[in-house]
Design a protein around this ligand. Structure first.
Ligand code: NAD
Ligand code: ZN
Length: 251
């Protein structure tokens, strides 16, 4: 049995399935991960320095421009075979009466474009809110490099993403933890598992009795992985869906 078949067998026998995705699942759509080197103007900065409230308050123009650049590079990107296969996997599981929860660390909207509704534990890069009064902003923002100020309090608008050092959205995080704690199978896809608390979901799943499958061309070698698929998400996930359909038609 190869690793895809091993993962398919775990999914066939599971009742509660939970999936965590990271920047790696969007890599094949042409969106850089945090582990990729920054290019051009940005190569002297670490993503962690730009993605923080202290970085924003020290130099709001710089951080805003970095996000505007990332938004421009994301806005026309399309989901890849990995995102599409995950949406198909969810339909397949739900048709069989299984529960399926997709949790994503990604701030892009490629899961949504593929038809999924992920729990976005790190927020959404295409939304903004006021850094001071937290009011959501719904106006145009993509076509300006200039800072935008809140119409309620005059504070600075910022992207609605969770920065390093900030707390996660409470309700979304609770749903994610709950689904993880009840999972029989937990799939970790395209994440370096270095960013906490998201990475803690993998060990929580294992502690609560789930089998853990990792899909990553650069395996993390974490001790709690049961099945390691050392391939790209856009290759492994369609194979997994095919293996599952096959196992259904032969049983
Ligand atoms: P990461 O950048 O730390 O790690 C990416 C992982 O993906 C690496 O382990 C890499 O080996 C793996 N990978 C690369 N190509 C892959 C492929 N084709 N298929 C499967 N795996 C592949 O990303 P992270 O663990 O998500 O953590 C970084 C933080 O950065 C997250 O909080 C996330 O919100 C944020 N981020 C998001 C995006 C996005 O929304 N697309 C992009 C960059 C960073
Ligand atoms: Zn405000």
């Amino acid at each position: 049995m190869n690793y895809i078949q091993a993962a398919a067998a775990l999914l066939t026998n599971a009742q509660h399935i939970c999936v965590l995705t990271g920047a790696g699942i969007s890599a094949e759509s042409g969106i850089a991960t945090f582990r990729d080197k920054q290019t051009g103007l940005w190569e002297n900065y670490k993503a962690e320095e730009l993605a923080s409230a202290s970085g924003f308050l020290a130099n709001p123009e710089l951080v805003w421009q970095w996000y505007q650049m990332r938004r421009q590079s994301i806005v026309n990107k399309q989901p890849n075979a990995g995102h599409t296969a995950l949406a198909a996997l969810q339909s397949h599981c739900e048709q069989q009466g299984k529960s399926f929860t997709l949790i994503s660390q990604n701030v892009d909207d490629l899961h949504e474009k593929a038809g999924s509704q992920p729990l976005k534990i790190h927020g959404s890069i295409m939304k903004n809110h006021c850094h001071d009064c937290l009011a959501a902003y719904t106006g145009e923002f993509l076509h300006t490099q200039a800072l935008i100020y809140c119409s309620h309090c005059g504070g600075l608008l910022r992207p609605s993403v969770v920065w390093f050092g900030e707390g996660l959205p409470t309700h979304t995080w609770q749903l994610a933890e709950n689904a993880t704690a009840h999972a029989d199978v937990f799939l970790s896809i395209g994440t370096s598992s270095l960013v906490y608390p998201a990475a803690g979901l993998i060990s929580l799943a294992k502690q609560q009795g789930a089998s853990v499958v990792e899909i990553n061309p650069n395996p993390t070698h974490l001790p709690h992985i049961d099945v390691q698929i050392a391939s790209k998400a856009g290759e492994a996930l369609p194979q997994l869906v095919t293996a599952l359909s096959y196992s259904k038609s032969t049983t």
